[in-house]
Unconditional design. Sequence first.
Length: 413
Amino acid sequence: MDLFDKITSSMGGPIGQHQKWSHGYFSYPKLEGEIAPHMLFNGKEHLVWSLNNYLGLANHPEVREADAKAAADYGMAYPMGARMMSGNSIHHEELENGLAEFVGKESAFLLNYGYQGMVSIIDALVDRNDVIVYDAESHACIIDGVRLHMGKRFVYQHNDLDSCEKQLERATRLAGQTGGGILLITEGVFGMSGAQGKLKEIIDLKKKFDFRLLVDDAHGFGTMGPTGAGTHEEQDCIDGVDVYFGTFAKSMAGIGGFVAADREIVDYLRYNMRSQIFAKALPMPMVIGLKKRFEMLKSMPELREKLWLITNTLQAGLKERGFDIGVTNTMVTPVYLKGDLYEATALTRDLRETWGIFCSIVVYPVIPKGLILLRLIPTATHSLEDVQRTLDAYSAMGEKLKAGHYREAAPVA
Ligand SMILES: Cc1ncc(COP(=O)(O)O)c(C=O)c1O
């Protein structure tokens, strides 16, 4: 059999099988123009709700200036090589020191891409005798890290403390036999549902069980907590989080991420995370640009205030109009609708073509069959008029969906 036969017979995989009609419109769309709430899609103005530019820093003039100056000063190639070999710099270390202090940990280390970093954090923290306990709705980077684990892993039902406790009991029994430890992994803010991980309650379980807690706070860093330090600050449980992970791809509107923990742990990770040791360091213009973003994130609480104004107005408006926004208690705003794939594509197309509203659509297998999830990501750069325009469009779309209008419509060619 030819290796490629299964590629042909799988018809492109669970998501890729739809690409003939979805590519370029529902998947891989091209948003053009300056990064902002209003961008061009297919040459037409759209109100965009699908960028994790939470604080609106991506296109801030001061950020653009800092990025451009750093690129002119250093070029994009500098520093050459991995941090450990030839890619270290004072700027990388200064950013690390600032981040550690901000998130309430002794030390921090930068990661090239959050995804790879998380995979390697997990890989470095456990050996075959250790046991991993993790949330069922974990992001793919956690799942991939867990996949590398040679020992046992137990998954608990999403955000369900009883289930979590049961899995901790099993893990404790097993670790007792192997002589290993337990790593518990959750997210600070779940990116699909907007639910906060129950960090405080999980930390309470440390009274009964011996484990270490790793939190993926990709969405919470910069948005949650009184200073924006993260979900652990929001829930007032900074010390109970043993290893904190954040990405720069969301509120920091850049690339990369970081891990923060006690000094001894970060010193270990720095020399043992394979995706970081064997890969080129973050480029200097990005690091200097990130320092600028970080300074603004800390010194401009008004950005977070605006983000929450937009979030609260949008979520209240959706609820008033009878939409189901699930259990979100963060800025991530899911709208759950009942319908099949065809209705999902038809109504998303209608939102775009009739009202110029661009939001991300999530369907089976990411969520159960028969459900449609339209995910809205508010940012500090959206306006109250944007919210109103969206609510009006959603009301009209919701009525059409109920009336069965989208049932007959075929996916866009
Ligand atoms: C929860 C979570 N973890 C990790 C990542 C990966 O971060 P990055 O984009 O920096 O690789 C993401 C990004 O989508 C995320 O949502």
